[in-house]
Design a protein around this ligand. Structure first.
Ligand code: GUN
Length: 267
């Protein structure tokens, strides 16, 4: 499975679907941090939306924007009938509480799936599940290890894998090396989302039939590294770059269309 080709095919289908809509889906992208990573995420998202023929408005706020000002803006788009999705780029500056922001976005327009009241799943875990489903991966009774307990990836990933009837094991920074070593021997599927270069490497003994999903994007001296050492001796491993990042971007576009349909009462 070449993820680049898989995503390109999926994007053609989305483009075709959007071309059939008279009014195009519209995403509001609100960015407060001006750091390099946020700029790169936002420009990638805009490029996808341009390609697919969806509409967007990119609102770049001052980095000193208060939470109150940000809430006013979110409220405005929460009520705007012509806005289908609202994305507030994370992370946010210290003066703004990210959890409160996530709850402020109207769940029906929450294309990131960050609001716990939203029926939409966060993009990275959803993109991973959809890829595995499309590969006809048989989840039932598989032992899935998740390394990294973030709110955006690790925790929702575990929830979705449980819903697919995997037996899940969550590991994190306080899991001891010896514990990881013995638990990972059992793994049929490993999702690594620690944000550290090569958390998983060839020092671990893994099943040859194991599938590894590498969520990492660690930029060190201008070079991108995954959370896993590349080319481990397993059945399937997603590359970095050209892996999960593409799936996340794809899932955002899929989520935007879901929000569009919900917002406009389309089946
Ligand atoms: N920052 C890093 N990834 C994401 C994402 O998927 N959505 C938002 N809103 N912010 C992010």
């Amino acid at each position: 499975m070449i993820i680049k080709d898989y995503v390109a095919n999926k994007k053609e289908l989305l483009k075709e679907e959007i071309s059939s809509f008279t009014i195009k889906p519209k995403l509001i992208i609100i960015q407060v941090n001006h750091d390099e990573a946020s700029n790169a995420y936002v420009s990638g998202k805009k490029k996808d939306l341009d390609y697919l023929g969806a509409r967007y408005e990119h609102i770049l706020l001052d980095e000193n924007t208060s939470q109150e000002e940000l809430f006013k803006l979110i409220d405005k788009y929460n009520l705007d009938n012509d806005t289908d999705g609202i994305l507030v780029q994370m992370p946010l500056p210290k003066q703004i509480n990210e959890e409160e922001v996530k709850l402020r976005i109207n769940p029906i327009k929450d294309c990131d799936g960050f609001n716990i009241n939203s029926s939409i799943n966060p993009c990275t875990p959803q993109g991973i599940i959809t890829l595995l489903e499309d590969m006809n991966y048989d989840f039932t009774s598989k032992i899935a290890c998740i390394i990294g307990r973030s709110n955006i990836v690790g925790k929702p990933m575990q929830k979705l894998l449980l819903e697919k009837n995997c037996t899940t094991i969550m590991m994190h920074s306080k899991t001891l090396f010896e514990q990881k070593k013995s638990l990972l021997k059992l793994a049929d599927l490993i999702v690594v989302c620690t944000g550290h270069k090569y958390t998983l490497d060839s020092s671990y003994e893994l099943k040859k039939s194991c599938y590894i999903i590498d969520v990492g994007i660690n930029r060190i001296d201008g070079v991108l590294y995954g959370d896993c050492e590349p080319n481990l001796d397993v059945a399937f491993q997603t590359p970095v770059p050209g892996g999960v990042g593409l799936l996340t971007r794809l899932a955002l576009s899929v989520n935007l269309i879901k929000c569009y349909k919900n917002n406009r009462g389309i089946k």
